[in-house]
Ligand binder design. Sequence first.
Ligand SMILES: [Zn+2]
Length: 356
Amino acid sequence: MWKLIFVALVALATAEKVKYDNYQVFRVTPQTEEQVEVIRNLEEISDGFSFWKGPSTLQNHADVMVAPHKIPDFQDIMKKFDIPYDTYVSDVQALIDTELPPAQPLVSFDLTRYHTLDEIYAFLDSLAKENPGKVEVIVGGKTYEGRQIKGVKLTLGNSKSGIVLEGGIHAREWISPASILYIVNELLHNKNADVRQLAESHEWYIFPVVNPDGYVYTHTTNRLWRKTRKPYGLCYGSDPNRNWGYKWMSGGASSNPCSETYGGSSAFSDIEMKTLSEYLTSISSKFTAYVSFHSYSQLLMFPYGHTTQHLDNYNDEVSENSNYPIKISLKNLLFYTLIFPTKLWYIYIFVLHLSK
Ligand SMILES: [Zn+2]
């Protein structure tokens, strides 16, 4: 009997979801370097502030979510340093409630809705079953909680020039896996000549969710979880985007395990990134481009993020007349605004070696 009650209590406890009632998001636009610094420091000093869009440069707005008990503090700080701000989201929980996946799995996969990890993986399996010879299920690695990083390889023409698409490295950015699944569907079914040419002139290695533990956690417990789920001391998870081996912890990452941008205890300390990097190394001779999808912000970010130095072919990549496949794909598949920040504060490691 006690055992039963205990099981029921545990079930109750694990079913409890984090609520964001009365959390607000403020849009803050720093006008001086000092104000940029003040906003940057907010993230380090309190767990009551969480950045949806970090402060990068002057006149560039940041979006910061503030817990209800911290709103007076936030307003005081803004007043003290004379930083202009507006209310961007007046109740975060109300926003979350509008986007939940359907309670019951749908009969057919709906590309206009968000889905659970199980539904996404079942969809990938069904694509492989329905398209033998064209779609193959691939596994890019494994997770701390024992899940697979599952993806699909699309071979729609004779070309062996590969492109890797990856999404969901930040768990809460649900539009990223959703966009990738939309692209998979377009590559398979869109009859537009440009899209067909693009689809058939490459092999596609596509991983919609490369942080599956975190993604599941955003569905079961905390919608705004970003990191992996490996315990690090009193806190959980590293920012997998900052756990890669190249220039690890050389900028844009925190050494505090409780921070949203914690880089991990060492490069590749998270099994997700370690195993994914091993998989990518094993196919490195087969692909020429790697594209990671995030939200939000309308940014096209190029490697390398640790320096403002441009790559040799930078002008080729961003010019309006570029015939590079990624530009065509963005134009055809998505409505995308391209903004080029003067300095990036993130470390992205894979070079976009765009093939002509
Ligand atoms: Zn992200």
